[in-house]
Ligand binder design. Structure first.
Ligand code: GNR
Ligand code: NI
Length: 163
């Protein structure tokens, strides 16, 4: 296993659309293992493959407090949503930035596991936000595209500008 470098904002790869995974092989498993290690080291609750420079539809996440909620999502799709929530969100590719986004309160997802078997998942709260955030990454969308309120940094910049 290896730690991979996390791509940061300014790199045009973050705006590209990731392609579906077709081969569930050793190469995919190494990518997943590396992403898991990289996500935990960075203290993230999720990581999309594009964030380590790989344009494939692969996501890992763990929204638990104690590292017991690890999930792998290959070719994930949102199959249903309910309600809405407006909460603060951050991204490992946008260090130091945060802001409030509007996301569904509950999200249902279908995805393949590392062997290609289709599975279904349901999440509320942070997990629902994370499902949406990671699937957005696969389509080149960042949380800053979905802000309902600017982050603290932007507020400070505005305050400075206005005196
Ligand atoms: O670590 C992360 N925290 C987070 C908080 C609220 C909603 C989504 C996230 S995902 C983010 C890690 C990351 O950048 N994943 O792409
Ligand atoms: Ni992110």
């Amino acid at each position: 296993m290896a730690i991979r470098k996390i791509v940061e904002v300014g790199d045009p790869i973050l705006r590209k659309k990731s392609r579906p995974v077709e081969k569930f092989d050793e190469r995919l498993w190494t990518l997943l293992d590396d992403m898991r290690e990289t996500m935990y080291l960075a203290n993230g609750v999720g990581l999309a493959a594009v964030q380590v420079g790989v344009l494939r539809r692969v996501v890992v996440l763990d929204c638990s407090e104690d590292k017991t909620g690890y999930l792998e999502l290959i070719n994930p799709e949102i199959t249903g949503t309910e309600g809405e929530q407006c909460e603060t969100e951050g991204c490992l590719s946008l260090p130091g930035q945060n802001g409030v986004t509007k996301r569904p309160a509950e999200v249902k997802v279908k995805a393949q596991d590392r062997n290609g078997n289709w599975c279904v998942f349901k999440g509320t709260g942070l997990k629902a936000r994370c499902f949406c955030h990671e699937i957005d990454h696969l389509d080149g969308i960042l949380f800053t595209d979905r802000l309902v309120k600017p982050g603290i940094e932007e507020l400070n910049e505005t305050a400075e500008k206005n005196g």
